[in-house]
Design a protein around this ligand. Structure first.
Ligand SMILES: N[C@@H](CCC(=O)N[C@@H](CS)C(=O)NCC(=O)O)C(=O)O
Length: 204
């Protein structure tokens, strides 16, 4: 059985939704980031960087990083494109989300990762807000005339929902992003998404 280590509202919510969509029995273990559970010796054996998500595979071995976890789960549950070109495009988007969108947001919430000069935090956060907002606008443009980010519903869509929720949390004008908001509304119609949002206590 697969086991997901997640934190409410964190980027791990994408994998949580995909597992819920899969319909297979799985375990979900909440990691209390505020209490620093991610830095405990026991958890660092699962995820050496002390982050969520981490996924224990069927053999009990951990898999970390959204870039690996989401394609793995997507292939397991038919939420990853079969066609080689579409799969490459999906991987390209997972890479953009993990390597550009997520770190842009980290500049807002975790400025201490980027400088020891606390006086510089506001400027780092200001630039993070702008860059993150630009990323959300880019996602909105990619969704023009489309129902889902790939040809059909895939792991990309719950991953995009994470950033929409973060935009709301940061009080960015995400409602103005028409295509992205429509994607969010389509996602909210899915029972698996509803169950995970309720379990994690996330409002979008
Ligand atoms: N590159 C990692 C990033 C994971 C990550 O930064 N997760 C955040 C939550 S969204 C975390 O665990 N933060 C805890 C901390 O920084 O102490 C991935 O995409 O899996």
């Amino acid at each position: 059985m697969l086991t997901l280590f997640y934190a409410p509202g964190a980027c791990s919510m994408a994998a949580h939704i995909v597992l819920e969509e899969g319909g297979e029995k799985y375990a979900a273990r909440c990691v209390d980031l505020a209490k620093g559970e991610q830095k405990t010796e026991a958890y660092l054996r699962i995820h050496p960087q002390g982050r969520v998500p981490a996924l224990l595979l069927d053999d009990g071995e951990p898999l970390t990083e959204n870039t690996a976890i989401l394609p793995f789960l997507g292939k397991r549950y038919g939420l990853w494109p079969n066609d080689a070109t579409a799969a490459a495009r999906a991987l390209s988007l997972v890479g953009f989300f993990a390597a550009s969108v997520h770190p842009a947001h980290a500049h807002i919430g975790r400025p201490e990762r980027y400088t020891t000069e606390t006086a510089c935090f506001p400027k780092i956060q200001e630039m993070g807000r702008k860059t993150f907002h630009d990323c959300l606008k880019h996602i909105d443009q990619r969704l023009a005339g489309r129902e889902w980010l790939s040809d059909k519903y895939s792991v990309l869509d719950p991953y995009a929902l994470v950033f929409y929720a973060w935009g709301l949390r940061r009080e960015l004008p995400v409602a103005e992003l028409r295509n992205y908001t429509a994607l969010k509304d389509r996602l909210l119609e899915r029972p698996a998404v509803q169950r995970v949002l309720a379990e994690e206590g996330v409002k979008v």
